[in-house]
Design a protein around this ligand. Structure first.
Ligand code: ATP
Ligand code: MG
Length: 131
């Protein structure tokens, strides 16, 4: 998911280019906007964290681009492409190093397991057609 800060800064195209050049195939894509409530559902796993309310406000502050991506070893390779949560700690050349503004407004989300990728895909797309 391309997060609101990156979308609003006009970086969606550059980020999608990096994703495709890294060998990921986009199998579903959608520009949408999360309500605070939907953002809260998406990040429910973090509901006890001190940053949760701010995170929900930020995630509903602008449009996002949701995508289902396909690649061998996709979860691990995508986390490597996006870099550390805090851009200050992200490797050079990663999406977060290039585009994130802060530990919160960090440009992009990646699923952390195959299981969560399936759950998060279903959160945004129902019965999508694979071309
Ligand atoms: P994501 O799940 O978005 O891919 P991540 O897996 O790298 O990010 P998580 O620990 O799952 O990191 O945190 C989810 C999101 O919550 C982060 O991407 C960031 O937007 C926000 N976040 C995480 N830690 C903090 C923090 N200490 N302060 C503010 N926001 C934070
Ligand atoms: Mg996470």
């Amino acid at each position: 998911m391309i997060k609101p800060d990156a979308y609003l800064a006009g970086n969606s195209g550059a980020i999608i280019k990096m994703i495709e050049e890294a060998g990921f195939r986009i199998v579903a894509a959608k520009l949408t906007k999360l309500s605070g409530e939907r953002a809260g559902q998406f990040y429910a796993v973090h509901s006890a964290r001190p940053f949760y309310n701010d995170l929900c406000t930020y995630m509903s502050s602008g449009p996002i681009v949701a995508m289902i991506l396909e690649k061998d070893n996709a979860v691990a390779d995508f986390r490597k492409l996006i870099g550390a949560t805090n851009p200050a700690n992200a490797e050079p050349g990663t999406i977060r190093k290039l585009f994130a503004k802060s530990i919160e407004a960090n440009a992009i989300h990646g699923s952390d397991s195959d299981e969560n990728a399936t759950i998060e895909g279903a959160f945004f797309f129902s019965g999508f057609e694979q071309f």
